[in-house]
Write a protein that binds this ligand. Structure first.
Ligand SMILES: Cc1cc2nc3c(=O)[nH]c(=O)nc-3n(C[C@H](O)[C@H](O)[C@H](O)COP(=O)(O)OP(=O)(O)OC[C@H]3O[C@@H](n4cnc5c(N)ncnc54)[C@H](O)[C@@H]3O)c2cc1C
Length: 464
């Protein structure tokens, strides 16, 4: 919002006054101002590189608080950012100068076994939701790191280990309750505000504030078979050539990805391989364990592995398998992605080149296999535009804080640029940087329609 007031104007003109005290007493949650103990904690997001200072933070406890917060923001011409799990790599949950609406205290989860569905408030993380649904041998398809928020991940699409069997997180959304920028509470589904329902399934945030998500529950045994084989990176060409033949034949229960990175000094890796580059094939079979074991067998003997940690595991434990690689606030992060139709010889070559030239040992280059249930939804059915792409290339630049931000960011941007001619130039919203050009690349053919929907539900453009 162009006319947002500055911090100094607001503190002197408004925040010190009765209006602010009235606002504070009108909400059930907390109002946090610079200098308050919890302000610092709340303004922090997962990415250690993001350091933004909102004028004020409203920690909402219920939907009435959200309405009140939006009313206050409108009356004071404040832009608003929304924090669910705070994990978006671009730090979109927090903004300078405006109001942050922090929903992380809204944690209610209600499972209804009769309708096989669950209602989830917007502060819930995937770890919290998985724990509840697992008790009943169900899951909602989420992501692969358990600390991410259900809200942001679902709004941007949401791909994890159940993606090929049950689709994206947003494909499993039955309805939602959304509070429009003007404060109306809207019940949103296929029949009511269907345009908004379409937008929040893959179009990201900014169309309203979702105060609850209603998901379908998907059956899943508590224990699943996973594939987790580390090969030496020197074998990457051979492995990728094998993988591209096998991947299209894999059943939908199997979702896999490959990661090029550097081996940590961990006890599960033989000492002599610590610090060497690896290519990991990771996968999960969403079904019978024995069947899963058979399906993953060929991927475990392409070459001599450094370590093979494949085996049956509790789904909720597997969901935390990669958590330690992504510590909150401790590292700086900058990610980009590109959808690829195929793993051509040229893309394999470029992938290897990228892997070798990573400026930080913590950076990884990943290939996510797509297809299966993701492709069964027509691209026009929801805002998520990139159905039918075979693979997603993820470039996850992760580096220690004392290293150069500029160098790592520049490398990531160049890496994507070098891959552009091998793709149609589309990226994944959940792994994308801010800015109009990046947004266009992520929203693809749905960009203009989403702008139209934004104008309708947030005409004054207050939502960031
Ligand atoms: C370590 C890590 C692992 C990841 N793994 C995966 C993965 O496996 N699969 C995948 O698909 N993505 C993955 N992501 C990307 C992730 O999906 C996005 O970062 C997502 O935005 C995180 O959701 P959040 O609620 O934590 O984010 P936040 O940063 O809190 O929110 C992101 C944006 O979503 C919008 N938003 C959030 N809550 C609401 C709401 N209630 N109403 C309206 N708008 C809202 C806002 O615009 C906000 O700026 C990963 C990210 C990280 C950091």
């Amino acid at each position: 919002m162009e006319n947002s007031k500055t911090l100094s104007q607001l503190t002197s003109e408004t925040l010190a006054g009765k209006e602010l005290r009235d606002y504070k007493t009108a909400i059930k949650g907390n109002l946090l101002l610079p200098g308050d103990k919890d302000y610092e904690k709340s303004r922090k997001v997962w990415n250690g590189m993001i350091d933004r200072r909102p004028v004020m933070i409203t920690k909402c406890h219920n939907k009435r608080d959200i309405q009140k917060a939006l009313e206050f923001a409108r009356n004071h011409e404040l832009s608003v950012s929304v924090k669910g799990g705070g994990h978006h790599v671009a730090g979109t949950a927090v903004l300078d100068q405006g109001m942050m609406i922090d929903l992380s205290d809204m944690k209610d989860i209600r499972i209804d076994l009769e309708s096989r569905s669950v209602i989830v408030q917007p502060g819930v993380t995937w770890a919290e939701l998985d724990k509840e649904t697992e008790k009943h041998h169900f899951a909602v398809p989420g992501g692969v790191v358990s600390s991410t928020g259900v809200a942001g991940l679902t709004l941007g699409g949401g791909m994890g280990w159940l993606r090929r069997k049950y689709g994206l997180s947003c494909d499993n959304l039955l309805s939602a309750e959304v509070i429009s920028a003007r404060g109306e509470i809207l019940q949103v589904n296929e029949h009511s505000h269907s345009d908004l329902f379409w937008a929040i399934r893959g179009g990201g945030g900014g169309y309203g504030i979702v105060s609850s998500f209603h998901f379908k529950l998907c059956p899943l045994p508590p224990e699943v078979m996973v594939c987790m084989v580390f090969y030496p990176a020197t074998e990457t060409k051979k492995i990728l050539e094998f993988y591209r033949e096998l991947a299209p034949t894999l059943v939908e229960e199997a979702s896999t990805f490959l990661i090029y990175g550097t081996l940590p000094d961990e006890p599960f890796i033989p000492k002599e391989s610590h610090g060497e580059d690896y290519l990991l094939i990771a996968g999960m079979y969403a079904g019978d364990k024995k069947q899963g074991e058979r399906v993953f067998q060929p991927l475990r003997k392409i070459s001599k592995p450094i370590a093979d940690l494949s085996g049956p595991i509790k789904y909720t434990v597997w969901q935390t398998n990669f958590d330690a690689d992504y510590p909150k606030e401790k590292l700086n992060y900058y990610w980009k992605s590109l959808f690829l139709n195929e793993l051509s010889d040229q893309s394999i070559e470029k992938f290897i080149e990228l892997g070798k030239n990573r400026p930080s040992k913590l950076t990884t280059v990943d290939i996510w296999q797509l297809g299966g249930a993701i492709d069964k939804v027509r691209p026009s059915e929801s805002a998520y535009p990139h159905r039918n792409s075979g693979y997603l290339l993820g470039i996850e630049s992760n580096w220690e804080k004392h290293l150069s931000n500029d160098k790592n960011i520049a490398w990531t941007r160049l890496a994507v640029k070098n891959f552009l001619s091998l793709s149609e130039g589309h990226s994944y919203l959940n792994f994308e940087d801010e800015g109009p050009e990046n947004l266009k690349a992520a929203l693809g053919r749905h960009h203009l329609k989403l702008q139209e929907i934004k104008r309708q539900y947030d005409p004054d453009h207050i939502l960031f």
